[in-house]
Write a protein that binds this ligand. Structure first.
Ligand SMILES: [Zn+2]
Length: 73
């Protein structure tokens, strides 16, 4: 019964957040956060490596660029 309840929960989603010039990092809804990277490609590699190891899903789109809008629809 417990396994059936756990199977119904949606998997965690990992995304790459770009919030500044030197602030590119991967963050997952399971609570994991990668280290800040200078190159966006390294944070994408962090996100995909985390998804492959932990079974989380990569977000679509994977890269979320902060354009200064506080609320998103
Ligand atoms: Zn995760």
């Amino acid at each position: 019964m417990r396994a059936a309840v756990a199977a119904q929960q949606p998997p965690a989603v990992v995304r790459v957040l770009v919030t500044g010039y030197f602030s590119r990092y991967a963050r997952c809804s399971c609570g994991w956060a990668g280290r800040g990277r200078l190159l966006r490609s390294l944070s994408v590699l962090d996100a995909l490596t985390h998804a492959a190891r932990q079974g989380c899903r990569p977000g679509v789109p994977l890269i979320d660029v902060d354009i200064g809008v506080g609320e998103r629809p």
